[in-house]
Design a protein around this ligand. Structure first.
Ligand code: JFZ
Length: 441
C-alpha cells in the first residue's frame, strides 16, 4: 500500500508496463543489434605491442593511457570501408528491428559532430557525421535506431567519480550541463531516434545526484514524445539504482541483464516489467578486439538460443557487433548475422511481437506466444521424439504444426499434459512448432 512507501522525489514515475504505441513497438521489435564503435576499434585491444585480454573498449584504462594520448587515435580515424547502407543491409538481412549505436562510449569520442566537444568525427580525417549516415541508412531500411550514451566521459575534465569537495560539486554541475547539452543536441539533430540507453552511471557522483537522472529522463521525453529510456540511467533520492527504494522500476525497461539471462523457472518475476538483455559474442568484448581466440566465442546457435530465451520470458535481446577500425565487420560477425537472418526469415513469427506464454518450462526448449498461438522453439529434441507439453489449467491443444512444415501428432497423455511429436524427418537446426490452443470457458 502506498502509505507504507518511502516518499521519493526521484523514484519511479509510473507503476507497471507502459502501454503506449511507442513502447509497444519497442517490445514487439524483440531482436536488436548493438554497435560498439569508437577509437578503441583502431588498436583492437593492443597497445605498444601488448595485447590486453580485457574488453577492447576499455583498453585506455587497462593500458593506463592518458586522454590526450588516446585522442591521438583520432588522426587515424578514416574508415575507408565504412558504408552505412551496407551496414543497414546487413542488419536488415539479420532480421533485427532496431540497432543500438554507441554515440559516445566512456572514452568520450563522439560519432556525431558535437559542438560541445573537441573529440568528434568532425575533427578526424573522415570528417563526416557517422551517426547521421547510420540513422538515415537504418531508417531507410525500416530499422529503428536507439542511442547508447555513456554519461561517464574520460575525456572531460569536469567528470568526477565521487563528490568529496565543493570543487567536485561545481565540476559535476558543469558536467551535467555539458551532458544536457549533448543529449539535447542528439535529440534535436536526430529526431527519429526511438530510445536512449544510458551507461556509465554507476559511480557515486551520479548516485548522489539522483535528481539529475530523473531530470535527464524528463528532458528527453519532452523533446522526443514516445522515447524510451533504460533503467540503468536512474538513481533515486537515496542513490538506489534501476529499482527505487520502494522496489519500483525506474525508466521504461530494465537493462540489468547483460551477458546473462534470468532463470526461466526461478526468475519469472521479470515478466511483470519490460526488459532488454544484451550480449557479446566472445565472453566480454563489445568493441573490436583483434584476437577472439582469447576467450570462448559463442556459436550462432548459442546466440540464437539466448535470443529465444529472452523472448520466452517477455524480454528483448540485443546482439553486439564491434566493427573494425576500417569500417568493415569481421568475418565471424558477418556469418553470425547471416545465420540468424536465415533462421529468422523462416521462423521469425515466434520472435517478433511475441511474449511470455505462461506454460511450464520444459527441457526441450522455450515457449513464446502471440495471442492464441503458442510457439514451441525446440533446441534439444528428446530421443523419445515426444515433446512434453504441460498446459495451464483449462487449456487444450487443438493442433500442432511445424513452422514452414507439416502438422505433427498431438496426444493427450494426462490431465493438462500432451505429447507433441517431433517431425518425422528431424531438422538439423532448431525448429518451431506452432500450437493452436483453446481455453475452455
Ligand atoms: C558497460 C560498458 O562498460 C561496456 O564497455 C559496454 O558498453 C557495456 C554494454 O556496458 O559495461 C557494463 C555495464 C553494466 C554492467 C556490466 C557491464 N552491469 O550492470 O552488470
Amino acid at each position: 500500500p502506498a502509505d507504507l512507501e518511502i516518499p521519493l522525489q526521484y523514484g519511479a514515475d509510473r507503476l507497471g508496463k507502459r502501454q503506449d504505441a511507442a513502447m509497444q513497438k519497442f517490445r514487439d521489435n524483440r531482436l536488436g543489434a548493438f554497435i560498439h564503435w569508437g577509437l578503441y576499434a583502431i588498436p583492437g585491444g593492443e597497445w605498444n605491442g601488448k595485447v590486453y585480454k580485457g574488453a577492447a573498449e576499455w583498453l585506455k584504462s587497462w593500458a593506463k593511457i592518458s586522454s590526450d594520448e588516446w585522442m591521438k587515435l583520432m588522426d587515424q580515424w578514416n574508415p575507408e570501408k565504412f558504408n552505412a547502407k551496407a551496414w543497414a543491409k546487413m542488419a536488415k538481412q539479420m532480421g533485427v528491428k532496431y540497432v543500438k549505436i554507441t554515440t559516445k562510449h566512456h572514452e568520450g569520442f563522439c560519432l556525431w559532430p558535437s559542438k560541445y566537444s573537441k573529440y568528434t568525427v568532425a575533427q578526424t580525417p573522415y570528417k563526416k557525421d557517422i551517426l547521421g549516415e547510420l540513422v538515415k541508412a537504418y531508417n531507410d531500411e525500416g530499422i529503428d535506431v536507439h542511442f547508447y550514451f555513456s554519461v561517464m566521459d574520460w575525456s572531460h575534465p569536469d567528470w568526477r567519480y565521487d563528490i568529496k569537495s565543493k570543487e567536485d560539486e561545481e565540476a559535476m554541475a558543469r558536467f551535467f550541463e555539458f551532458t544536457d547539452n549533448q543529449l539535447r543536441e542528439l535529440a534535436e539533430r536526430y529526431p527519429t531516434v526511438k530510445d536512449f540507453w544510458f551507461d556509465g552511471t554507476w559511480d557515486a557522483s551520479i548516485k548522489k545526484n539522483g535528481w539529475w537522472t530523473a531530470h535527464a529522463e524528463k528532458m528527453l521525453k519532452e523533446l522526443l514524445p514516445g522515447v524510451t529510456i533504460n533503467s540503468r540511467l536512474r538513481a533515486d533520492d537515496y542513490g538506489k539504482r534501476h529499482f527505487d527504494s520502494n522496489g519500483h522500476m525506474m525508466g521504461d525497461y530494465e537493462s540489468g541483464y547483460e551477458r546473462r539471462l534470468p532463470d526461466p523457472v526461478k526468475d519469472l518475476k521479470v515478466t511483470r516489467w519490460d526488459w532488454e538483455a544484451c550480449m557479446t559474442v566472445p565472453e566480454n568484448q563489445w568493441g573490436y578486439h583483434k584476437d577472439w581466440s582469447l576467450s570462448y566465442v559463442k556459436t550462432p546457435v548459442e546466440v540464437l538460443e539466448r535470443v529465444v530465451h529472452a523472448v520466452s520470458m517477455g524480454g528483448n535481446m540485443v546482439v553486439n557487433f564491434g566493427p573494425q577500425g576500417d569500417g568493415d565487420f569481421r568475418p565471424e560477425e558477418k556469418e553470425l548475422a547471416a545465420y540468424i537472418g536465415s533462421w529468422m526469415k523462416k521462423n521469425g513469427e515466434c520472435i517478433y511481437g511475441c511474449d511470455y506464454a505462461g506454460f511450464e518450462k520444459q527441457p526441450w526448449g522455450y515457449y513464446t506466444r502471440k495471442g492464441d498461438d503458442v510457439y514451441m522453439v525446440v533446441f534439444n529434441p528428446p530421443y523419445s521424439r515426444h515433446l512434453v507439453v504441460k498446459t495451464p489449467g483449462g487449456t487444450s491443444i487443438k493442433a500442432a504444426q511445424v513452422v514452414g512444415g507439416k502438422e505433427v501428432k498431438v496426444e493427450e497423455t494426462a490431465r493438462n499434459e500432451f505429447n507433441v511429436d517431433v517431425p518425422s524427418a528431424l531438422p538439423d537446426e532448431p525448429f518451431v512448432i506452432k500450437l493452436k490452443i483453446e481455453k475452455k470457458q
